[in-house]
Design a protein around this ligand. Structure first.
Ligand code: ZN
Length: 167
């Protein structure tokens, strides 16, 4: 199950006309296509600009007995516009979630254009309520102008996905 954070009236973070909810959905759809091409059965918690509750997202994954849950978000740092990079969160005590987070981060570190801030334990509802290995990926900071422009750029979004390449 792939989970595009926020949606509908819940825009997530934003900077001018760049909205987190839109970037999340765009990245999730791209990721879904790649995973489906690789033979995975992919389900999305939302496929358009609608609001879905946090528990509903987790319940959906639980009911579908998903093998993995991946939630995509964008970050924002109020205090320091210089902060950039991807972070991957897993729930405390989940060794499988930690392993998945480590795999995602080590794969992302191969992508030179993306800076990575590593894996962390995260106290997020979608992680605490899901029953399978689950991660929440903050793919970058909308508070940083350079990263914001990259995150909103489809060419860069390609780099964030597993089969992304630079050509
Ligand atoms: Zn978010």
């Amino acid at each position: 199950v792939l989970d595009a954070g926020h949606g509908g009236r819940d825009q997530g973070t934003s900077a001018g006309s760049i909205l987190e909810k839109e970037i999340n959905l765009s990245v999730v759809k791209r990721l879904a296509g790649i995973l489906e091409d690789a033979g995975a059965a992919v389900l999305l918690t939302r496929e358009d600009d609608t609001k879905v509750g946090l528990e509903d997202r987790a319940n959906f994954a639980n009911q579908k007995e998903a093998e993995f849950f991946v939630s995509i978000h964008c970050n924002y740092c109020e205090d320091d516009a210089g902060v950039i990079g991807l972070e991957c969160y897993y729930r405390d005590g989940s060794t499988e979630g930690e392993a998945l987070a480590n795999q995602i981060v080590s794969r992302m570190e191969e992508t030179e254009e993306n800076s990575c801030r590593g894996t962390r334990i995260g106290d997020f509802r979608v992680l605490n309520k899901t029953e399978m290995p689950a991660v929440l990926v903050e793919i970058g900071y909308l508070s940083n102008q350079g990263e914001r422009m990259k995150l909103a750029d489809e060419a860069y979004q390609k780099l964030l996905t597993p089969n992304g390449h630079r050509n």
